[in-house]
Ligand binder design. Structure first.
Ligand SMILES: [Zn+2]
Length: 242
């Protein structure tokens, strides 16, 4: 049994128990029996909302632009679902189009991130939540989706800046969730079981992309602030550290 299936069963167990005893109030009565499970699933109980800071992002340098609530599902990854895939998409449109449809509640789909040609990245859904981007429930639950502006049949869509920014983002995701940097774990939408989508298409340079992701992953962790020489080096009391 795969981990995803085990999680499914665990969830089903809780749901059934909750249902049989009669709702959320009664579910608290099972707290001793299922404390661990409830600990992971407490946010599913009615009236309980996990605290989130508005505008908080998961990757350095990205801009928060919220997708419609209808295009994703609240979760608590990686505690409730293990994250072990990154899914690469191409919008079949521009950056602004992607933002517009992901903000549209009637669209029914959205990815966590959208990468622009110039390397700018919008984060629209938190990594802990499940985005509806892969067209496959279990892949949505286990993955983070990255959209790239442009078209599958247009090689010029994919710029150096886009590859570099996207690779940095994917390397960070792989580091955060301990995901191997290989083509089994970093996949195109076209490789998601059951999909009829073809993105990222034949012009997406996988060799180059994977090379860039590996290089980014192997870099030492970057400091939060640039350590430029803006300040004159004048250590007044070098022996005093704090
Ligand atoms: Zn796609």
């Amino acid at each position: 049994m795969g981990e995803a299936e085990q999680e499914q069963q665990g969830r089903r167990g809780i749901d059934r128990r909750t249902l049989l005893i009669g709702g959320a109030a009664a579910a608290f009565g099972t707290v001793v029996l299922a404390r661990d499970e409830l600990g992971r699933l407490w946010w599913r109980l009615p009236g309980v909302v996990k605290k989130r800071k508005e505008g908080e992002v998961d990757a350095p340098g990205v801009q928060w632009i919220a997708a419609s609530d209808y295009n994703w599902r609240r979760a608590d990854r990686p505690d409730d679902y293990k994250i072990d895939r990154v899914v690469i998409h191409v919008v079949q449109g521009g950056y602004d189009t992607a933002l517009r449809v992901f903000k549209d509640p009637s669209h029914g789909a959205a990815a966590h991130y959208v990468v622009r040609k110039d390397g700018h990245i919008a984060q629209m859904i938190r990594e802990l939540d499940v985005a509806f981007h892969a067209g496959n429930k279990s892949y949505n639950e286990r993955s983070i989706g990255i959209e790239h502006e442009g078209f599958v049949d247009k090689k010029s869509s994919f710029t150096d800046a886009m590859y570099a920014a996207s690779a940095r983002l994917t390397a960070g995701i792989c580091r955060r969730y301990d995901i191997p940097v290989d083509r089994e774990h970093i996949v195109g939408h076209v490789e998601v079981p059951g999909t009829d989508h073809t993105d990222p298409g034949p012009y997406w340079d996988w060799d180059r992309y994977m090379r860039l992701v590996r290089a980014e992953r192997d870099k030492p962790e970057r400091p939060e602030k640039p350590t430029g020489s803006a300040k004159p080096e004048k250590p007044e009391k070098p022996e005093k550290k704090d």
